[in-house]
Structures are given as structure tokens and as C-alpha cells.
Design a protein around this ligand. Structure first.
Ligand code: HEM
Length: 443
């Protein structure tokens, strides 16, 4: 039998990394792009002292790792250790049998059928938050959507049982913790200072405060017994295979995770959508017409009836995917298309590069929502805003419903304009917008 040659990844030397280190700290995406152009769709970046990362924009490789052979892959330490140290072992950060048990328990909560119950509270919260946007003034819209997305998760969880000050404080803590984590990841050489100066301790005590707040909300609900039909009720009613319910600490971990996973991503996507709409005003009119001509019976019928609103959101997340990288590491040696992947190789899949690749998309830099017309899954082999495989985003329907409601309500009230030439990005843990200055005028 002929033995297949065992290929290795194309290499990017440490010196190339060093030469552009300053630029990489600000925005690593152009460096990665140049490497992809020079070395092909997968390459290994050498970071010195034996450290390396494999980058890929090969959609089949991503599907192989996240779906076909997912059992051999785990998430990176950034999620399972660094993030988990602050927010515990919930869906986003857990691994193995523990993750599987939690996913099975929580999955039904995010089913479309259950989400129907949340649409009323979501819609009300969205309208309240949209009324705070200053009209006729240039404004950075991102903080408004940050608040809106946090409020939507908080009210979907706790209905009216949680007051404004409590939500604001929870948001402050969640955001401060995320920022601290970014600092620790970007400046690992300052670890001694973060510890010595008490910064890490301060963040642990803030998280402890958030955990206490969440616990008292859960205890109140348990004592109160009246069902609200919100996410918290659904989580309290959920049962494992053996008939038991979630323990208090686990429930707190999961709730913190929903805040972390569900607010910044959604807020980024909403900001990018508005920036794109400000540049492509015909779509503002099309969305306005789609949502105002038909008289919908209820929210769910309206959401199901929306075509253009959804296509615009899908196209915005193609161009600006909030989760722009997905990471994994293999347990055992693997081979993909003849290339050997040694055990414990850190892999980073560039969703943003896949979404901008001419291999998969016609005219990839063009904003063209109609490319999503037709079969719902026609692009599923190379379109991954919510990931793929068993660890795909559990909140994808929640996020889509929320964003569809926001965009349709927003365009009922306002027109959006911008006089900025470019859409600026800030690639941190998520792909964040930068200086998203827009003007909203009443219709
Ligand atoms: C536009 C908004 C959103 C985007 C782009 C997004 C994207 C993603 C992606 C790409 C993953 C998979 C990460 C991986 O495989 O490593 C993920 C996981 C997850 N997302 Fe989302 N997400 C969004 C909104 C939400 C919302 C609203 C919630 C909850 C309220 C949520 C909860 C989660 C959770 C819990 C996980 C972990 C699932 C698991 O590992 O089992 N996400 N998200």
C-alpha cells in the first residue's frame, strides 16, 4: 500500500511577527490577512519559545474540527481557564461530560417555542431603550446598544423583578471583568502587577457581588412561587435525566454566562447593522415598508414574515462577524487533508476571512443582503456567525429575534445617517465597532 506523505503547516517565522508586533497589538487582522495571501488558507505562526498558533480560513477545515471530528477538539484555555476563573463553569466555558449535561438541560429553554413567551418582554424593553437615543444629534450608538442588549438579557431572565440600578451594576461588573480579561490576555508580562496591585482581587470581589445579587433574585423567585414565564422560570423548571434540578452555584454560573455571551456580541452586531444601513439607505426604506405595510397579528408572525430585515442582519454579520475567530485545540494527533496536526495544537479559525473570501462569495466586499434570499441554509458551508457543530451558539434564535425587533422598531421611528467615510473596527475578544457616530432623525 502506498503511504501518504505527511504534510506540515506552512510556516510564518517569529521574525515576521516581531517586525509587526506594534501594529499587531492595535489590530492583528491585516497581519493575518497578509499571511493568508502569502502562505495559503492555513498557516502556522511561530511566536517564539516554542509557542505557535495555527490560523485557518479553510471552511472545510473549520467544519471538520467543529463538527465532523469535534470529539477530538476542546476549546482553548482562554475560555476554559481564563474566562472560567471569573465566571465559573457554565455552557460557554465548560468542557466534556459537564458541558454535555448542561447543554442538554438548557437547550430546550432556547427553543423557538419557548422564546415566543419572551417576545413581549423583549419588545417592551427594546422600545423603552430605543426611546433613549438622542434625536437629531450625532451620537456614538454603541453604548446605547450595549445597554439595550444587557437589559434584554436581564429582563428576559428576571422579568420585572430586577430594578434599573441592579441591572446597571451587573452590567458594570460584567463589562469590567471582560476588560480585565482582555488586559490579562494582551499584556501577560504584566501579570505580576495585576496580582500585586490588587486589580485581580478587586475583580474577583466584584464578581462575588454579582453572584450574590443573582442568588438573591433566584431565592426571591423560589420563595415567591408565582410563575413569570421568563428564562429564570424555565431554568428553574428544567430537569436533568435523573429528575434533579440545577444546583444554585451552577445556575449562577449559567446566568453570568448568558450575560457575557449574550450582550456584547448582540450589541456589536446591532451597531454594525446601523452603520451599514446609514450607508445603504434603500435598505432602510425596504425594512420600513416590510414592517409597516403588513398588519401582523403578533410579534412571532411579524418576525416570521420579515425577509429583508433578516437578510440585512445576516449580511451585516457576514461582513462584521462579532465572533470573528473560533478557537479549538486537539487532544490527539489528527490529520486533515494530509496535513498532520500534532496533539495540543492551538487552532484559530478566522470566521471574518471565510466571510470575505472570494472562494465562497461573489463580490465579497459588497453589501448585498439579497445574497441571502432563497434557501435558508444555502451558505451554511462557509457562513458561521454563530459557530457550527454541537457548540454552536445556543442563543442564536434569541439574538436574531432580538435584533429583528430592534431594527424594525428603529426604522419605524427614525432614519439613520452618517458622514463617516469608513466603518472602524476594534478586534478584541469580540469584533467591536469603534467611533460608530450616527445621526437618528424622526420619520
Ligand atoms: C449576534 C449575537 C451573537 C453571536 C454573533 C454569537 C456567537 C456565538 C458563537 C460563534 C458561539 C460559539 C463559540 C465557539 O464555538 O467557540 C456562541 C456560543 C454561545 N452563545 Fe452566542 N452569540 C450571540 C448571541 C448570544 C445570545 C443572545 C446568547 C444568550 C442569551 C448567547 C449565548 C451563548 C452561549 C451560552 C454559548 C456557548 C454554547 C455552548 O458552548 O454550548 N449568544 N455564540
Amino acid at each position: 500500500m502506498k503511504v501518504q506523505p505527511r504534510k506540515t503547516f506552512a510556516q510564518v517565522p517569529f521574525l515576521d511577527f516581531l517586525r509587526r508586533a506594534l501594529e499587531i497589538v492595535k489590530n492583528p487582522l491585516p497581519f493575518h490577512h497578509d499571511n493568508f495571501e502569502k502562505k495559503g488558507d492555513t498557516f502556522q505562526l511561530n511566536l517564539g519559545f516554542g509557542n505557535k498558533i495555527v490560523f485557518s480560513r479553510n471552511a472545510s477545515f473549520l467544519q471538520y474540527v467543529l463538527q465532523k471530528n469535534q470529539k477530538n477538539y476542546t476549546k482553548s484555555k482562554v475560555q476554559t481557564r481564563d474566562l472560567a476563573k471569573y465566571i465559573g463553569q457554565g455552557l460557554l466555558t465548560a468542557e466534556g461530560a459537564h458541558w454535555k449535561r448542561q447543554r442538554k438541560l438548557i437547550q430546550p429553554t432556547f427553543h423557538k417555542k419557548h422564546l415566543t413567551q419572551l417576545l413581549g418582554i423583549m419588545h417592551e424593553t427594546i422600545n423603552e431603550e430605543l426611546s433613549k437615543i438622542p434625536v437629531g444629534k450625532k451620537v456614538d450608538i454603541e453604548p446605547y446598544f450595549g445597554r439595550l442588549a444587557f437589559q434584554v438579557v436581564a429582563k428576559s431572565l428576571f422579568s420585572g423583578a430586577v430594578d434599573e440600578n441592579t441591572i446597571s451594576r451587573l452590567q458594570e461588573i460584567v463589562e469590567a471583568t471582560q476588560k480585565m480579561l482582555v488586559k490579562e490576555l494582551r499584556q501577560p508580562y504584566l501579570g505580576w502587577w495585576f496580582k500585586g496591585s490588587g486589580l485581580i482581587r478587586k475583580h474577583f470581589s466584584m464578581v462575588a457581588e454579582a453572584r450574590q445579587t443573582i442568588e438573591s433574585l433566584i431565592v426571591q423567585r423560589k420563595n415567591n412561587k408565582a410563575s413569570k414565564g421568563d428564562l429564570l422560570d424555565m431554568l428553574l423548571d428544567a430537569r436533568y435525566d435523573d429528575g434533579s434540578a440545577m444546583e444554585m452555584n451552577q445556575m449562577i454560573d449559567e446566568i453570568l454566562i448568558l450575560f457575557i455571551a449574550g450582550h456584547e456580541t448582540t450589541s456589536n452586531a446591532l451597531t454594525f447593522v446601523c452603520q451599514l444601513l446609514a450607508r445603504h439607505t434603500t435598505y432602510q426604506d425596504l425594512i420600513f415598508e416590510e414592517n409597516n405595510i403588513a398588519a401582523y397579528e403578533d410579534d412571532m408572525t411579524q418576525l416570521m414574515g420579515q425577509k429583508i430585515t433578516k437578510q440585512v442582519l445576516e449580511e451585516a454579520m457576514r461582513l462584521y462577524p462579532p465572533a470573528y475567530f473560533i478557537d479549538r485545540t486537539n487532544y490527539e494527533e489528527d490529520i486533515f487533508e494530509g496535513t498532520v496536526i500534532p496533539p495540543a495544537t492551538p487552532l484559530l479559525f478566522s470566521v471574518i476571512e471565510i466571510h470575505h473570501s472570494e472562494k465562497y462569495w461573489e463580490d465579497p466586499e459588497k453589501f448585498m443582503p439579497e445574497r441571502f434570499e432563497g434557501q435558508p441554509n444555502q451558505h451554511s458551508g462557509y457562513y458561521f456567525p454563530f459557530g457550527a457543530g454541537p457548540r454552536m451558539c445556543i442563543g442564536n434564535n434569541f439574538a436574531m429575534f432580538e435584533m429583528q425587533l430592534v431594527i424594525s422598531e428603529l426604522l419605524k421611528k427614525f432614519t439613520i445617517s452618517s458622514n463617516q467615510k469608513t466603518i472602524e473596527i476594534l478586534p478584541l475578544i469580540t469584533l467591536k465597532p469603534k467611533n460608530a457616530i450616527l445621526e437618528f432623525k424622526s420619520r
